[in-house]
Each structure stands twice: as C-alpha cells, then as structure tokens.
Write a protein that binds this ligand. Structure first.
Ligand code: NDP
Length: 671
C-alpha cells in the first residue's frame, strides 16, 4: 500500500501489541497453583484446567482446579489472617492498598495484554479503561482504609469474605471486591471465573510482591461446582460478594438464607438507552457504540435496548448502520480494533441461539457487510428493528454485541417501555433538553442513570441495581457498608483477644521476615519495614511504595511501557521494581550516552534529610560500587529548582550510565 492509497482509504496501519512478555510470564509460571496463605500450592485434586484464548480458540495456560479441601485451607488461612488484619490500623492497611495500586500501575501493560488474551476484549479497553480503573479502586479505597475509624465509627469488619467474580471484567471485578474488603479490615477468598483466571493470578503475585501479610488475600481457581459451592456454603465465611448471572444469584440467595452470612449480588441487566428527538444524533451514535459494542456487549449494564423517539428513528438507524459498517473486529491485541472475541464458544453459541430466536419471533436483523475472523469466537455487531417489547430478545440479557431497538412517541411511553423489564441496573437518557432529561431520569427504575453519556464508572461512585439486578453497592462510601457490620451485632467479636501488634511482615520475595520494631528504621534497604506507634502499640508499618520514574530530558517521567522488572541488591534480594524502557526512549538513550554528566535522578531531598544516607547506599548498590564511589552532589538550595536537583556520578562505562537512565534506579522509589 502506498501513501496515496492510504490517503484515499484512511486505512489503519497494523498496530498489534506484542504478546511476548505475557507468553514468557505464562511459560515461567504454569501450571499455576492456588494462592493460599501467601504461598503457591498445588491443588488437592492434583487436577488442572486449560484456559483458552478466545481470539484463537487455543489453550493459553493451565490453572489449578481447586476443590472443597482447598476451600477449607483458604478459609482457614483467611480466618487466621483476619485476627490480625482486622486489628491493623487503617493507616497501615492504607499503605498496603496504596502499594497494590502502585504495583498495578507498574505492571499495567502486562496486565492489559494478559486480560485481552484471556478474555478476548480489545487491548484499547483493557489498557485505557480496565487497568487504570483497577488502580483507581485501590487508590480510592486506600483513602477509606485510612478514614474508616473516623468516618465509620461503630462499625467493624465482617470477617472472611468469599468473593465470586465473572469473566467479563476479570481484574476490574476483582478490584471492586478486594479493595473495599481489605480497606474495611476483612480478609478474602476469591474465585475468578473459569474462563478468565489469569489476571487474578498475576494479582496474587502482586500481593506477594508488596508483602501483604499471608492469608489476607487467597485466590482459588477452578470450577463453580467445586469451588463456588464450597465457598458459599462454608461455615467459616461471613459474607459472599457475587457478580454474575441472575440465575446463579438466585441460587446463592437461597443457599445463604438463614446462615447469617451477609450477601451482595450484582447481577444482570437489560438497560434502556433512551433517545429523544432533540438529541445530538452523532453523539448518540458514539454513545451506542460505547453502550453495546464495548466489551462485545458482555457488560451487565450494556445499553442493549435502544428506545428512540419515532420521528427520528429512521435517521438514527441509518446513521447507526453506517457506523456499524466501519467498526473493526479482530485480533484483540490490535490497538485499532473496536470489537474483540466473545469469551467462550459456549457464550458464542448462546448469542447465536438468541439471535436466531429474535429472527424467528419476527424482528428484522441487520449486520454489517464485512465478515468476522474465522478463527476464534467472534460475533458481528447486530441490530434488530421491528422488535416487539414482549419478545425474548427484548426481555432476556443476550450478553453479546446485539442491540434491539424500539420506538416511542411521548416521554411517558419512553419511561413505560424502559421500565418494562425485570432488571433495574442502569439506563441512559439522551436529550439536549436538560429539563426533559432530569424529569425522565428519576422515573427510571435503575441503579444508575446516565444523561448524554453511558458506561462511565468511577471508584467514588456506587454502582449496583435492584429488582433482578441484585442488591448492594460497589464503590463510593455506600459500597463500604457491604464490608462492615455494626459493632453491636457482634459485641463479642471485637474483644476476642486478637493480637494487635504485627510481629512479622513479608519481604518482596514472599519469605517471612522477623521485624524488630526497634531496629527497622530509615536505613532498612527493602520497602517493607519502618516502625510506627499507634495508640501505644508498636506495629510493623510498610514503607510507602514509590513509583520509579525515568529521567528524560532533564525531568522525571513516568515509564510509559507499563512493564516493570525487579531490581536486586548484590545479595540477591529484590529492592524494588523499575519500568522497562521502550522504543520511545531509544532517542533519549542516545542523547544521554553523549551527555558529559549522568544525572540519573532528580528529586526532592535535602542535605539534612536522613534519606541522603539511604540514597548513597542505594546508589552504591545499583552501581555495585562503594559508597564513597557513589558521590552524591547536592547543590545549595539557592532556588527551588536547584534545591530539588541532585546528581550522582557513577563509575563505569558510558553505556552503563545510559542504561541507568532508561532503567531508573530504585532511589526514585523514595521520591
Ligand atoms: P455465572 O453467573 O454462571 O458465573 C459467574 C461466576 O459465578 C463465575 O465465577 C462462576 O464460576 C460462578 N458460579 C457459577 N455457578 C455458581 C454456583 N452455583 N455457586 C457459586 N458460584 C457459581 O455466569 P456465566 O459465566 O455462566 O454466564 C451466563 C450468563 O450470565 C451470561 O450470558 C450473562 O447473561 C450473565 N452474566 C452476567 C454478568 C454480570 O456482570 N452481571 C457477568 C457474567 C455473566 P465458573 O466460571 O467456574 O462457572
């Protein structure tokens, strides 16, 4: 293809994300064990399950198939951990959650690629939405951990929480569940969905990396009949948090009834997308793309019912068809792809079955003229018109890229149609008339109503439904109440003789270390230990995790590769992670190599700061030289700019020094 042709067609160039690092990581780890009590253990059954890449239909990795014995072990570990974790001060828990958030960011690209490969969703979504939101949830809940005592007085943790998550947003749903649970002092046993266990396993590795005390997070892969049932029925579990289908939600409600277990259910939906005739139709079209073709329509709050005012229906449908014709389906790792693969062949067959039923029931189906890839599980974006409100496709959650459209004449009719469903999860209203939108929104029976937008989420905003969409909220202050109970309910549990001081913590390689609260001080090399006193008790307090940065062109820059690697001290201990340099950095590397003085970092500290000694020590370790050789030059604080700058002259060839710039030193962890 030549330049003129590209100008003519405006065709996208190939831009697939490389799976190499993920494949290396998978090769290194599989078959994956279960993550129980901070350790990787083999499943009691000795059995393993394949997880499939939906865009190829080929196996990606083998994961352990847990059974009820493993559930017993995980719950026992969580119960022991709960004794200490529930008494750990909010500030300490906040530091752990903060460290998790930081490490999610350090591994963001690996997580994004892994999620795309395991689930089939486009990399653009995992990279720009799922993973940033995951980090945001942990940051946000770190704040709540810190504030729990002052903002939720009279409440205490529930205890051990069993969490069951679906396959449509594997890591995001994990964060929605684990972040508030840990923030409120609970410990968890989490079961990822059978189809998409891999990012949860990478998360377990992160939990080890940051030194979270063992047993606080336990992850069991396996089948629902083996793990899910045992977890739900286990007497050692105090709460079940579930996201998935309404049918399973119903089963769980029956199973937990009368057991005293707390329960929250985030279930299905058939959300209306209401378009009034004064709406900006071009925005509406993009809104529909986000509503129903985002994540292949496998979204509980997908705007799967398009309700459009009759006088603009033809115009909108024509615009939509034109847009659908331009949607790109294919390799989820291609950054220009809009629609990836359906999660499994079973889900694909279910979508095909419901679409065939829609045609049988008299609706008119339209699909773009292009064909889907033949390898893997793909289904084209599909639009139904001439749909009657009582038909199956208008009522049942299809959970695929299938939009059904209906028309209305008046706002009252729109509300009636919108509420004509057994679900109540979400809705969106499109109109340039804010009075109309604000009149209609509260009349819709839905947990969330968006106006002139859709599928927007934030950790600070509670999400959840009612009716057959479940109950309970995730996110926001309201979401915290799912993970606490009033102290008067269990007046004995808060004084059950649990130890308050944490006597040990875990190093980044997972091995347990004794922590002397007197010795652990500023000179400690690893990131785990400084001591602090709370209410007269001495506690091991994890140091605040710092994000290592690149030093490019005179300033600190966040690494943009989203990959990190461990840095070891000469004794072989992990002392931190640094971002991987990537293509963009090559030019800066060349510049750096020719530069007379190798400024490897620039950051805030003063000559009087105790950090200076750490800085020298760290620098000497990085360069494998003596402390004297790693001379720290700190300019006098003449001006703000200068007082923040420092430089380190390291021995060694220029290439080594240049490398220091691309893979920055752990020193920046202290910034
Ligand atoms: P499920 O509701 O069956 O699965 C969700 C999670 O629950 C998975 O981890 C699953 O484990 C687990 N699970 C299933 N049965 C039990 C049980 N009896 N006890 C405990 N845990 C259980 O969803 P599916 O994957 O079967 O999808 C079917 C339909 O559900 C979809 O077509 C869609 O309509 C809806 N759905 C809705 C979601 C939402 O976000 N609201 C998310 C996913 C699905 P395992 O994976 O091992 O089966």
């Amino acid at each position: 293809m030549n330049v003129m042709e590209i100008y003519e067609t405006m065709e996208y160039g190939p831009a697939p994300e490389s799976p190499t690092l993920v494949l290396d990581w998978l090769k290194e780890h599989q078959p994956f064990g279960l993550f129980i009590n901070g350790q990787w253990v083999k499943p009691a059954s000795g059995n393993y399950l394949d997880t499939i890449n939906p865009s190829t239909g080929k196996p990606l990795a083998q994961v352990a198939a847990a059974n009820s014995n493993d559930v017993d072990a995980a719950v026992a570990a969580a119960r022991v951990a709960a004794e200490t974790w529930s008494k750990t001060p909010g500030h300490t828990r906040a530091r752990y959650l903060y460290a998790i958030a930081r490490h999610i960011q350090k591994h963001s690209r690996l997580l994004a690629v892994l999620e795309s490969m395991d689930n089939g969703k486009p990399i653009r979504e995992t990279r720009d939405l799922d993973i940033p939101l995951v980090a945001r949830h942990f940051y946000y809940h770190a704040g709540w951990a810190q504030l729990m005592a002052s903002e939720l007085p009279g409440y205490e943790p529930v205890g051990v929480v069993g969490q069951i998550i679906p396959w449509n947003f594997p890591l995001l749903m994990l964060s929605w569940k684990i972040a508030p649970a840990l923030a409120m002092g609970n410990t968890v046993v989490l079961k990822p969905a059978r189809y998409t266990p891999l990012t949860a396993l990478k998360f377990a590795e992160i939990v080890q990396e940051i030194g979270l005390p063992p047993g606080v997070v336990n992850i069991l892969t396996g089948e629902a009949s083996q793990v899910g049932d045992a977890l739900v029925l286990h007497p050692g579990v105090n709460k079940i948090a579930f996201t998935g289908s309404t049918d399973v939600g119903r089963t769980l409600r029956r199973a937990t009834a009368g057991s005293g277990k707390k329960l929250s259910l985030e279930l299905g939906g058939k959300s209306p997308f209401i378009v009034f005739d004064d709406a900006d139709l071009d925005s509406v079209v993009e809104g529909v793309v986000d509503a129903i073709w985002f994540n292949q329509g496998q979204v509980c709050c997908a705007g799967s019912r398009l309700l459009v005012q009759e006088d603009i229906a033809d115009r909108l449908i024509n615009k939509l068809r034109a847009r659908m014709e331009k949607l790109r389906i294919g390799d989820p790792l291609d950054k220009a792809v809009d629609i990836g693969a359906i999660v499994s062949s079973a889900q694909l067959q279910e979508i095909q079955r419901l679409v065939a039923q829609g045609v049988e029931e008299g609706a008119v189906m339209w699909q773009p003229s292009w064909a889907c890839p033949t390898e893997g599980y793909f289904f084209p974006p599909t639009l139904f018109t001439n749909v009657s409100p009582a038909t199956t496709i208008a009522q049942v959650e299809i959970f695929g890229p299938v939009l059904v459209s209906m028309t209305f004449r008046t706002p009252a009719e729109a509300v009636e149609l919108a509420n004509n469903t057994r679900y109540g999860l979400a809705a969106s209203v499109w109109s340039e008339n804010i009075n109309l939108a604000l009149d209609v929104a509260p009349k819709l029976k839905a947990g969330t109503v968006w106006v002139n937008c859709t599928n927007l989420f934030d950790a600070s905003s509670g999400f959840g439904g009612y009716r057959e969409s479940g109950f309970g909220r995730e996110g926001g202050k309201e979401g915290l109440y799912e993970y606490v109970r009033p102290m008067w309910e269990t007046s004995s549990s808060s004084s059950n003789g649990l130890p308050i001081a944490i006597e040990s913590t875990h190093s980044s390689d997972g091995s347990e270390q004794a922590v002397s609260t007197d010795e652990a001080g500023e000179d400690e090399m690893d990131h785990t230990t400084v001591s602090e006193s709370f209410n007269g008790y001495h506690l091991a307090l994890p140091a605040i995790d710092r994000t290592p940065k690149m030093f490019i062109n005179g300033k600190q820059v966040r690494p943009d590769s989203g990959y990190s690697r461990d840095v070891y001290d000469p004794r072989g201990h992990v002392i931190g992670q640094v971002g991987e340099g990537n293509l963009l950095l090559r030019q800066h590397m060349r510049q750096a190599a020719g530069h007379p003085v190798q400024h490897i970092t620039a950051h805030r500290f003063s000559t009087t700061s105790p950090r200076t000694s750490r800085y020298v020590k760290q620098s000497s370790l990085i360069a494998s030289c003596s402390r004297q050789a790693a001379q720290v030059q700190i300019p006098p604080p003449k001006c703000r700019q200068l007082s923040r700058a420092s430089s380190v002259t390291l021995p060694g060839p220029t290439s080594t020094r240049a490398l220091c710039i691309v893979r920055p030193c752990v020193e920046s962890c202290w910034q």
